[in-house]
Design a protein around this ligand. Structure first.
Ligand code: CA
Length: 225
């Protein structure tokens, strides 16, 4: 999932970037409306967090231009209180949601998830036996019961299931999920595998993650049926 933040206050954008990356999203930042629009038209994002008052081009104008270009990416506006009365313009321009400054990060995150879920296509859902993984909403279900995972546990399970019937080495997992280079200490992987196994087994999923001794881990399709 890749998000774009268009915000001219560096304090806010770096705070958002940090929090969203922690929640396993990839994040680009733009500091003005004009370059924000260019980035949004050039790259494939899943959602844009768009400030209202921006240099070079207002958030409203960015939103209008995107919709004019038939780009239907979900857009969440950040608005200062004084622009709240103008919100109707925001929705007219094609915004999907808004959040009022100052805001709680958790609330923004919840709203992002709602928008990404709405935008969900069936193709993105991973189904393996009774296990369903939804990368857009960051949800995992076993036999329609939700399993609550942390972002790292989620990323780990998604990686293993996407690579079904293939051994995932600790080095590969460290590189893909933790984004730190090869030959680091990989014991953190084992710790998270333990957490993940515990949650999966508690949900009735059984022992689906097998250890390949001295190498890594594997999820086999036959164990998921
Ligand atoms: Ca601003």
């Amino acid at each position: 999932m890749k998000l774009l933040i268009v915000e001219d206050e560096p304090g806010i954008s770096s705070f958002l970037k940090e929090g969203l990356e922690e929640a396993s999203y990839a994040v680009d930042i733009s500091g003005d409306g004009k370059s924000g629009l260019e980035l949004a038209l050039k790259n494939e994002y899943n959602l844009i967090i768009l400030d209202w008052m921006l240099p070079a081009m207002s958030g409203i104008e960015v939103c209008r231009q995107l919709r004019k270009a038939e780009n239907m990416i979900p857009i969440i506006f950040l608005t200062a209180k004084k622009t709240l009365d103008d919100l109707v313009f925001g929705f007219d321009a094609g915004a999907n949601d808004y959040i009022k400054k100052p805001f709680e990060f958790e609330e923004l995150l919840a709203r992002i998830k709602v928008q990404l879920k709405k935008n969900l296509t069936d193709d993105s859902t991973i189904k393996a036996g009774q296990l369903t993984i939804n990368p857009l909403s960051h949800q995992v279900f076993f036999a329609s019961k939700e399993i609550i995972l942390t972002p790292k546990e989620f990323a780990l399970l998604e990686y293993l299931v996407r690579n079904m019937d293939r051994v995932c080495t600790r080095n590969l997992i460290i590189e893909k999920i933790w984004e730190i280079p090869f030959e680091s200490d990989t014991s953190v992987v084992d710790v998270f595998i333990t957490f993940l196994r515990r949650k999966l087994e508690k949900a009735g999923c059984g022992k689906i993650i097998q250890t390949i001794y001295g190498v890594g881990y594997i999820v086999r399709e036959r164990d998921l049926l």
